[in-house]
Write a protein that binds this ligand. Structure first.
Ligand code: P6P
Length: 327
């Protein structure tokens, strides 16, 4: 019987693709996978546990924090600290980054940026949510405490990025800069197994994802593109969960749009925790990712932990068509 390669096997087989990884980088990825399995277990039983509803406070960017957000955030931080190679975590749910003390005499060479549970407003109504992660090499000396410059790095400096989508099945998709692979969780053996090798986003697609309720607030150029989508026979699919909407585009082709609105003139989505990691994945799969000014997301300088951006991300032909409206 053909057994699927597990995430652990795949990571170990490919750890040499990361310079001076020495197994530490693999440890980091594997711990993210373990934390994802635990979050998956809780997300799948949310209705049976007292985890619905919000945690009663707001996160750094003013979003209501759902109880599961807090749970996922704390769990990820605990597992990343236990690796001994992660020096700190920047999270969408935390105002400030968290630094870790050295232990086990291991060198804490990496920092992780996280959206622990993206799309969490969907939890109570059983719609897909996701964890988004990115891994940077720290810039500060390994024996020093982490500082903000370790986190405020351009997306092009990412060593790895990916997401875990808790949907009809749970899939972990990630890249280390050598293509994109997807691993579907098999609860029978408790492992993520390679199910989507070498993912490539179709050049174009049949869906566009945007919150149409804000149509009147969009620029004329964006409205022209959205009108053109309908004219090209594309259909609107919008889950209110960025990971789900972008995974659809990655699999079938399409485009996800979060343009400037009057409420969020610089865009709603966070560069560190959403735009950069997902742009690294989509670019590695052959897609395009720009802001509404046409700048490549991965090249945008990062000056704040909770910096926001507009984003047009997905099939290269559709992103190109959108940008052509602005010329
Ligand atoms: P809106 C979820 O809060 C999120 O960060 C993304 O997952 C999602 O694409 C977007 O915000 C939805 O925002 O303004 O359409 O509700």
């Amino acid at each position: 019987m053909h057994t699927k390669r597990t995430l652990d096997e795949y990571i170990i087989e490919n750890q040499n693709s990361i310079p001076d990884a020495a197994g530490e980088f693999s440890d980091l990825l594997r711990h993210i996978g373990i934390a994802g399995k635990i979050i998956n277990r809780i997300v799948n039983k949310a209705g049976l546990l007292d985890v619905f509803g919000n945690g009663g406070n707001l996160n750094a960017t003013g979003d209501e924090v759902q109880k599961l957000d807090l749970y996922a955030n704390d769990l990820m931080i605990e597992y990343l600290q236990n690796t001994g190679v992660c020096a700190g975590v920047g999270s969408e749910e935390l105002e400030q980054y968290v630094g870790f003390e050295s232990r086990h005499n291991r060198q804490r060479k990496y920092v992780v940026v996280l959206d622990p549970l993206d799309g969490s407003s969907n939890i109570d109504v059983n719609i897909s949510v996701g964890t988004i992660f990115g891994i940077y090499k720290r810039k500060s000396a390994v024996d020093d405490p982490v500082d903000i410059d370790d986190f405020c790095q351009k997306g092009e400096a990412l060593l790895a990025a990916g997401y875990i989508l808790y949907g009809t099945s749970t899939i972990l998709v990630y890249t280390t800069g050598n293509g994109v692979n997807g691993f579907t969780y098999d609860p029978g053996i408790g492992e993520f197994c390679l199910s989507h090798p070498s993912m490539v986003i179709p050049e174009t697609g049949k869906t566009y994802a945007v919150n149409q309720a804000y149509y009147s607030q969009f620029s004329n150029e964006m409205r022209n593109f959205i009108d053109k989508c309908a004219g090209m026979g594309l259909v609107l699919r919008y889950a209110g969960s960025m990971v789900a909407d972008i995974h659809r585009a990655l699999c079938q082709g399409g485009i996800f749009l979060y343009p400037s609105t009057s409420k969020n003139p610089d865009g709603k989505l966070r560069m560190l925790y959403e735009c950069n990691p997902l742009s690294f994945v989509v670019e590695q799969a052959g897609g395009s990712c720009v802001d509404e000014r046409g700048r490549r997301i991965l090249e945008i300088p990062i000056t704040q932990l909770h910096q926001r951006s507009t984003i047009l991300i997905g099939s290269a032909a559709l992103v190109g068509e959108a940008l052509s409206q602005y010329r």
